[in-house]
Write a new protein. Structure first.
Lengths: 253, 253
């Protein structure tokens, strides 16, 4: 009898892509053997909660996602990615470039936090309906100021990266931050289709990066599989038409 | 004539502690030679803006703080700390412990973001007065749920760290994350004195850590110096009594 060994255990809330998806994209692109514990294992969610409640050894996660690799428990999405990617061949080789990847990932993490807060500006513990007025105000600023600022910054980072001819965000090859940038474009297209339709013409490099990632063979297979959960109204990216920009003229006709 | 060489240039907005303070505490505790460019140099603020506007080479920062060390431009507070601390002797030695330090620092960064958003829940570009009603709702949830959750988590991290007898957050010696935890306690005491007065009895290890950091000779000297700017109503930690918990009974009498 052969013992089936799974090297990496991913722990994240079942039913949503959420922050776990950034880790899944890395694992899938690398073809890594991993278990999505709370989705795949009997009692997996209970096992996840044991870590969050401090009943397991290792570094104490404040929140999911976290991974367990051997005895190491590693949490905080950007930290999980920076920890795993070098082992999976999806990080830059030298320290300076790794710091560059990390600063991009952390900026994407801030962006994700602001995207989340468009529908939950007051408290994660309240329903959207109970903070809808504040959400409308926050989303209006987000769509007008923050979203173009973050995406424009990504466009500039690509433009400045001559070592890849503007193809990848850091260095000369695809790294984990490119996969995360893909996910953000996908999520924004789902949550803010009108605002994205207006912006995309100004983001040729970001959109080409999105297409380049989507065409990677393992990513393409993953996106078609059942392992890729659809976006929904429970995750970070939610489609509330009242939070999006108005439809562009050509669409309204 | 001897050329005075400053190894590390820190770029951050003058007039506030802000996120730059987490970097300052590391540099000060290490006794590092650094320039606080926008505060100390003629045209320093203009020089900082050149980086943010993409007019300088190197990795493009999305926001301050960032540092320049040789040719490397490193941004995102947690990334700056993770980059500098090993060179300054204030990071754990091995990779697993460094990932542990990073996950703590990133959780503190999330905490700082939530602290900021108590007074700016709608938009950073609006005045507090224009989002005061939302701020009151967000701060009420923060004081009741989030602040005890984050601080309680820090207390547990200390409790679980047997390699230092609960004295430091990671490993057996002081690292950059301990300095950041100190700053958060100081900031919360300034911004939410009533809420902190209620919580501190449940946080013996966190408060002892704060005292341990404050007593480090270089930190003690720094805190008395003019380089340490006072907290004020422009930074992340702001004292708006209407956002704090009610005064404890003993104080009201």
């Amino acid at each position: 009898m052969r013992k089936h060994r799974v090297a990496i255990e991913l722990y994240y809330w079942p039913g949503i892509q959420g922050r776990g998806e950034f880790v899944r994209l890395l694992l899938e692109d690398a073809g890594a053997a991993y278990a999505d514990v709370a989705r795949q294992r009997k009692n997996g969610l209970r096992d996840m909660l044991r870590f969050l409640e401090g009943e397991e050894p290792g570094a104490l996660p404040f929140a999911a996602p976290f991974v367990k690799v051997g005895k190491a428990v590693v949490s905080q999405t950007a930290n999980v990615l920076a920890y795993l990617a070098p082992q999976l061949g999806l990080a830059p080789k030298d320290a300076a470039r790794r710091a560059e990847a990390s600063q991009i990932q952390l900026t994407l993490a801030d962006f994700v936090g602001e995207i989340h807060d468009t529908h939950h500006p007051i408290a994660g513990s309240l329903y959207y309906e109970d903070q809808k007025a504040a959400a409308k105000r926050r989303a209006a600023d987000f769509v007008k100021q923050r979203m173009p600022k973050y995406l424009g910054w990504l466009e500039k980072v690509l433009e400045r990266n001559r070592s890849s001819g503007g193809q990848w965000l850091v260095g000369s090859a695809c790294t984990y931050v490119d996969l995360s940038a893909f996910q953000i474009v996908e999520g924004l297209r789902y949550a803010f289709p009108n605002a994205m339709a207006r912006l995309e013409a100004k983001l040729p490099r970001v959109i080409a990066l999105r297409d380049r990632v989507a065409a990677r063979p393992r990513i393409a297979r993953y996106l078609k599989s059942k392992r890729r959960q659809p976006f929904n109204q429970m995750g970070i990216f939610r489609r509330y038409p009242e939070l999006d920009a108005p439809a562009p003229r050509s669409r309204r006709r």
